[in-house]
Design a protein around this ligand. Structure first.
Ligand code: DGL
Length: 282
């Protein structure tokens, strides 16, 4: 490699990762990226003005995702993580064909781990209406475990409950019991938390499902896949960790204050560098 192209490669490696979600839930993925890839910079976009994606059509989610990717490109990102399950289900495959950047979603990593760890061959998936009706999880699971039986259940009330901060509330437990009753008698031994918000309900869901059911957190698996992807493509940032607050940028399409309130529940530092942008302009 010539000196010039070597410098160019180092510059790319120092560029941030772009992470996006329909709103605040993707911060569960961001948190895992921060933990598992502490050398990497990241730009997070949460579409807080247009959330939820879970009840919107495929065309709409695809249009929103394209706009967000155009925005993230203006921030010079070297790779993109679609942190939203619904956008991963509806938009990722199309977008992968359209752009020349490495891009991953949250569905494939979660599906792979579930397919490989189940012993009974019976897997449950919970997510938004969009994610469950897309049947994306069963499709991916079949790639690694064609014999597996997959049972899906949309749990639309979980997102607002999490956003209200009712993580361990009796109301949440009651709703979780009603939704998860659907899996009674199914014989599942693995349950995928197939929505950005659900890892925050892990203890409530775990209590209802019991110890015999393993809970798969796609956020964790996605950060692992991202690490692997950067290594394969020689895109890892070689630099040491800079000051944490400056290393991460946050953008939202609605009020910054509301975003920061929620972010403080998930992240261990203040999201001081947060800005509202007009996403429709991209
Ligand atoms: N981020 C979404 C997901 O993971 C949940 C919230 C929404 O419906 O937009 O599917």
């Amino acid at each position: 490699m010539s000196g010039k192209s070597e410098n160019k490669k180092t510059d790319i490696c120092k560029a941030p990762i772009g992470v996006f979600d329909s709103g605040v839930g993707g911060l569960t993925v961001m948190r895992e990226i921060m933990r598992q890839l502490p050398n990497e910079k990241a730009v997070y976009f949460g579409d807080t003005a247009r959330v939820p994606y879970g009840s919107k059509s495929k065309e709409t989610v695809l249009r929103y995702s394209r706009q967000i990717i155009r925005f993230l490109r203006t921030r010079g990102v070297k790779a993109i993580v679609v942190a939203c399950n619904t956008a991963s289900a509806y938009a990722l495959e199309t977008i992968q064909e359209e752009i020349d950047l490495p891009i991953i979603g949250v569905v494939k990593p979660g599906a792979q781990v579930a397919a490989e760890t189940t012993r009974s061959g019976r897997i449950g998936v919970i997510g938004t209406e969009g994610t469950i009706s897309s049947r994306i999880y069963p499709e991916y699971i079949a790639r690694w475990n064609p014999e597996a039986a997959v049972f899906g259940k949309a749990c639309p009330l979980f997102v607002p409950l999490v956003e209200e901060g009712l993580l361990k509330d009796p109301v949440t437990e009651e709703i979780a019991s009603r939704y998860l009753r659907e899996f009674e008698g199914s014989g599942i031994d693995t349950l995928i938390l197939g929505c950005t918000h659900y890892p925050l309900l892990r203890s409530t869901i775990g209590k209802v499902m019991g110890e015999t059911v393993a809970l798969v957190n796609p956020a964790y698996e996605t950060a692992r896949s991202l690490k692997e992807l950067l290594r394969e493509q020689k895109l890892e940032n070689p630099g040491g960790m800079e000051e944490q607050a400056g290393q991460y940028e946050f953008y939202v399409s609605d009020s910054v204050q509301r975003f920061q309130r929620f972010a403080s529940m998930i992240l261990s530092f203040e999201t001081t560098h947060a800005e509202q942008i007009q996403i429709e302009e991209y």
